[in-house]
Ligand binder design. Structure first.
Ligand code: TXE
Length: 480
């Protein structure tokens, strides 16, 4: 049994009250680790450590801060296999996915922001003969980073790395459902020589350890990724304290497939965008809209692809679908499968829990599931399911496709498949979506702004946007 510890003031420490939470492995249903059930007292210690570390950290030249972050990136790369195994065990995702996506992207977060800090510049506005105005961007101070369970190390580091690069000290809380790689990261930070208190990792539940972070008056900003309801609660708590907020929330992303697309590529990538990580990525496309003239051929090929997605032990190379993250989440996703049937959806594939043998007999597995025949405004097509469940629907015109696509309260990501360049841009501009991919999905460039419109969030992460978020501009004017 693994016992995880908090990382506070450069030390691995037990929670002050001595309480722990059981952490089950989704593929087996068996508890494999115990994690600190931290409370306000632990958070207070973390904030005090961060405040003590801040004066030296913010004055350290960006190059030196960057060197430490690059060192952490190298250590993540060195331990890629161990971290990939840990992520898979904790989250239920195929180890092949963690090895190819989660862990390399976590390493590149540190490498990118380690060097980005040196390229981050502020503006000068010169008024000829009158005044020189320049902007200083001060680190905000101590900030809070709260992350979810679907891409644990990847999203945790996506927040921490820019905060540290900008000269902030961090109190971070990973999801209590997937805390393992954040714990391993704390060991790597110690090995890298990150000064004590610069990064503090407090484990625990949302109400127990998250709430004291969002309420703490010394924490100047909250960077959060998670459910829309939690985001709303955080905004209600933190906004009246004038904390800066970056909220990356849910999505109900449309995937628009036009008749002139490269059908093979559209099918291949749509299988990934529907079911990668068991559909538990906020960027997954869960509403697949297909131009009527290719609806049947698309459906036929897509369903053939779905039939080939082996659900199995995440440790096995041939498994394309691992376990859902928890029993509670599995039940939630299955309740949506029931709802889709009540709403008149025709089940084209899946729909059932998968019972595996042996080691994984108690795991939370679900068949990849496809529906058609559902109206655009039904709950199945409006609410975030966050599992391996997608709907297919035909459309006749571009306008109709756009009305469907924009018809939810979310606006995170969208995918367009077409060879018509004019249409690609026209449709992209008309989509109410913070991210649009044309003939691709999940393509990543860390310089681009990442985030959603409408109820998918507030603010943007990535590149210069993240460095701006974690700094406060000050305008200084010199009369000439
Ligand atoms: O997320 P929560 P949950 C969606 C998805 C999912 C739903 C709920 O639809 O089914 O959200 O998932 C911390 N103060 N997404 O309940 O609760 C919590 O401990 C401070 C979309 O697991 O939002 C965890 O660290 N923190 C999504 C983090 O918030 C609090 C990814 C996220 O958990 C808190 C995950 C509080 N009061 C779920 N309450 C995406 N956008 O990628 C909870 N937390």
């Amino acid at each position: 049994m693994l016992h995880l510890l908090n990382y506070i003031g450069g030390q691995l420490v037990a929670p002050h009250a001595g309480r722990y939470l059981d952490n089950p492995e989704p593929a087996t249903g068996q508890v494999f680790s115990r994690i600190p059930d931290s409370d306000a007292h632990d958070v207070q210690q973390a904030v005090a450590a961060a405040e003590a570390a801040l004066p030296a950290w913010r004055l350290l030249p960006a190059e030196e801060r960057g060197r430490l972050l690059v060192r952490i990136s190298e250590l993540i790369e060195r331990d890629l296999e161990r971290l990939a195994q840990a992520e898979s065990q904790d989250n239920g995702k195929p180890v092949s996915l963690a090895r190819a996506v989660d862990i390399p992207r976590a390493a590149s977060n540190f490498a990118f922001f380690g060097t980005a800090a040196q390229h981050f510049a502020s503006e000068t506005h010169f008024q000829e003969g009158v005044a020189l105005n320049y902007t200083v961007r001060h680190p905000l101070g101590v900030v809070g980073c709260i992350s979810p369970w679907n891409l644990p190390l990847y999203l945790f580091t996506w927040k921490i790395a820019p905060a540290l690069a900008a000269g902030c000290c961090v109190v971070a809380k990973p999801s209590e459902i997937t805390p393992y790689t954040a714990f391993l990261l704390s060991e790597l930070c110690i090995e890298a020589g990150l000064p004590a208190g610069v990064l503090n990792i407090v484990h625990g539940t949302g109400p127990g350890a998250g709430q004291p972070i969002i309420e703490h008056p010394a924490i100047k900003a909250i960077s959060f990724t998670g459910g829309t309801k939690t985001g709303e609660h955080i905004a209600r708590t933190a906004a009246p304290m004038f904390k800066k907020l970056s909220l990356e929330l849910g999505g109900k992303n449309p995937n628009l497939i036009f008749a002139d697309c490269d059908l093979d590529e559209a099918v291949r990538t749509s299988l990934r965008s529907s079911f990668a990580n068991q559909g538990q990525i906020c960027l997954c496309g869960s509403r697949i809209l297909v131009e009527r003239s290719i609806y049947e051929p698309f459906k036929e090929r897509f369903l053939a692809g779905v039939a080939g997605l082996t659900v199995g032990d995440p440790q096995r190379a041939e498994s394309r679908q691992g376990a859902l993250v928890s029993e509670a989440h599995l039940q939630k996703v299955m309740s949506y499968i029931e709802l889709a049937q009540q709403e008149g959806g025709r089940l084209l594939a899946g729909g059932q829990r998968v019972q595996l043998e042996g080691r994984c007999a108690g795991g939370y597995f679900l068949q990849p599931t496809v529906f058609e025949g559902l109206a655009p405004d039904c709950r199945t097509n409006r609410e975030e399911i966050f599992g391996p469940v997608v709907t297919l629907a035909p459309f006749d015109t571009e306008e109709e496709a756009l009305t469907w696509a924009n018809g939810t309260e979310y606006g995170l990501a969208a995918t367009i498949w077409t060879r018509d360049l004019n249409r690609a841009h026209r449709v992209a501009h008309a989509l109410h979506s913070g991210i649009v991919w044309i003939n691709t999905w999940l393509h990543r460039d860390l310089r681009t702004p990442f985030g959603g419109m409408k109820n998918s969030g507030v603010g943007r992460e990535g590149g210069v946007e993240a460095l701006r978020f974690f700094t406060e501009p000050q305008s200084i004017t010199v009369k000439l």
